[in-house]
Design a protein around this ligand. Structure first.
Ligand SMILES: NC(=O)C1=CN([C@@H]2O[C@H](COP(=O)(O)OP(=O)(O)OC[C@H]3O[C@@H](n4cnc5c(N)ncnc54)[C@H](O)[C@@H]3O)[C@@H](O)[C@H]2O)[C@@H](O)CC1
Ligand SMILES: [K+]
Length: 493
């Protein structure tokens, strides 16, 4: 029997983790292709792979778990009428974890197929068939296999019968690709949509099956992207990030809006570094704000040291709102970026400094199309063309761009996505500050592309909710109150 991890590794191309797949799956649903339809295609792909391994008439035993991995194999069984198929469920049928898997199990029962549930490991009993289908666990797991799966996996591994694993060998961690020491050792794997981490280290041949996930589920930012945010019950203050907004001087509303948006988007602590001359005014907008003043009436090179040390105490910064474009302010922005090596969202007048600056910081730049052109980038009316232009400019800058427009385009130079939430009411002043603050909060806990994607989606959807409620005439502060419900309430619109 082959062992996972032995022998030559082969390259399967771009991999996606189980949680990325779950985002794509939820985005497919948002685009009208629900999970049950994907499960049907996955089942069909499993059946096709079975046909490529053993002849019609052969005996096939499906060993299934109670998650969607098992559900894929229940669907497969219906495509294998001309085989002698047995389906064995590990656990009680009533505890099957998802509706779609339960429906597919019920369909097998009603069709009077040879199905049985093994309630615990003592019930596990095999005749050796011509092929085992391992549909016990998919990408939804981590750690060593627990009972009764562990016993079943050992039985499969001890048998001479070849094993076809569905999506991943049971016991492969869908996030890291690590294999549990008691994982199933497959002879074949059929995986869905794209390879999962760790599969290329197996010796077993891997079939990557197209299950009809629309390309748009990856291209467009949709509700499923919010799955990347989770707030476990045991979380502590600080787990969701501390954000520093560096802004204010000639303007005071912009940094206050950005800071409040960062709070609404889930940051634990948000502070505003601003000139002393406007500190009281900014504080007076909200008791939720914490102000950290520096001397003077605008950001100048004299304050860079102080602002850098504040920035070092935060998980991310939002640089730009309300700073203005005075020459020595832009010199200060440049010096800050040259010396800062953390995460920053750059907005407004600070954007002009980004091209050509030498920085170790990881930036998400949030220009509108005019600001993009001022930075030296190009734009186009057609969003597809714009997407290509933004991608090549992001590659040139070596940073992530989120270019605002009727369709927001975001790119890190390699991956490019499009957000379609938002409405014409949002061209009003201040919405850009809300976006920058929202992305700032997300940058504290997410990788830049995810922060940009979710930030654009959430801000646009917040605007859509406001307009749905009250019609046009929205102002930037209206968005703030809608941000949490977009993030945390599972409803459309
Ligand atoms: N786009 C998608 O996301 C699609 C997913 N599909 C299938 O769905 C699978 C993922 O399904 P689920 O998220 O329901 O998860 P799984 O089917 O992988 O099962 C997760 C269950 O395993 C249990 N578990 C976790 N760790 C364990 C351990 N160490 N030992 C024993 N049991 C453990 C948990 O209680 C959990 O209920 C994929 O691998 C794929 O086969 C397909 O239906 C097609 C579409
Ligand atoms: K499996």
């Amino acid at each position: 029997m082959r062992r996972p991890g032995e022998g030559e590794s082969m390259s399967l191309g771009e991999t996606i983790t189980g949680s990325q797949m779950a985002v794509i799956d939820a985005n497919s649903a948002a685009l009208g292709v629900p999970p049950k339809q994907l499960m049907e295609s996955a089942g069909n792909a499993v059946a096709r792979t079975v046909r490529s391994i053993v002849e019609p008439g052969s005996s096939v035993t499906v060993v299934a778990g109670r998650g969607n991995n098992g559900g894929d194999a229940f669907a497969a069984a219906r495509f294998l009428d001309d085989y002698d198929v047995r389906v064995r469920l590990l656990g009680h049928a009533e505890t099957i974890g998802t509706d779609i898997a339960r429906e597919n199990w019920a369909a097998l029962e009603r069709a009077a197929l040879d199905v049985a549930a093994w309630r615990d490991s003592s019930a596990i009993a095999f005749d050796d068939p011509d092929l085992f289908v391992d549909a016990m666990l998919g990408t939804g797991i981590s750690g060593r296999l627990r009972e009764p799966v562990a016993t079943a996996a050992k039985r499969l591994n001890d048998s001479e019968t070849p094993v076809l694993s569905v999506d991943v060998p049971s016991g492969l961690d869908g996030e890291t690709g690590a294999l549990a020491d008691n994982a199933v050792e497959p002879d074949h794997v059929v995986t869905f949509h794209k390879p999962k981490p760790g599969l290329d280290a197996l010796e077993a041949p891997v079939t990557v099956a197209d299950i009809g996930v629309p390309q748009a589920a990856e291209r467009f930012v949709e509700r499923g992207d919010l799955l990347r945010l989770s707030r476990p019950a045991d979380s502590h203050k600080g787990d969701f990030g501390e954000v520093l907004v560096i802004g204010g001087g000639p303007y005071t509303g912009a940094p206050a809006l950005a800071a409040q948006a960062a709070l609404r988007a889930g940051a634990d602590l948000v502070r505003v570094a601003c000139p002393r001359s406007v500190a009281d005014e900014i504080q007076s907008y909200s008791e939720n704000l914490i102000v950290r003043p520096f001397d003077g009436d605008r950001f100048t090179p004299d304050s860079v040291e102080r602002v850098l040390s504040l920035a070092g105490e935060h998980d991310s910064v939002v640089l730009g709102p309300g700073l203005g474009a005075a020459e020595n302010t832009l010199v200060a922005v440049r010096e800050f970026l040259e010396r800062y090596d953390g995460f920053a969202v750059v907005d407004a007048d600070a954007l002009g400094v980004v091209p050509g600056v030498e920085t170790d910081a990881t930036l998400v730049c949030t220009p509108h199309q005019g600001e993009l052109e001022a930075m030296g980038g190009e734009t186009a009316d057609d969003w597809r063309e714009r997407a290509e232009l933004v991608e090549s400019f992001a590659a040139e800058l070596g940073q992530t761009l989120l270019v605002k427009g009727p369709y927001d385009v975001l790119s890190d130079g390699e991956r490019t996505r499009v957000n379609r939430t938002g409405n014409p009411g949002m061209t009003v002043g201040g919405t850009g500050d809300v976006l920058a603050g929202t992305v700032g909060a997300l940058t504290a806990t997410q990788e830049p592309m995810a922060a940009a994607a979710i930030g654009a989606y959430v801000t646009g959807a917040a605007g859509d909710r406001v307009v749905e409620r009250q019609g046009y005439g929205l102002v930037a502060t209206d968005l703030l109150g809608s941000i949490p419900s977009v993030i945390w309430r599972d409803e459309d619109g």
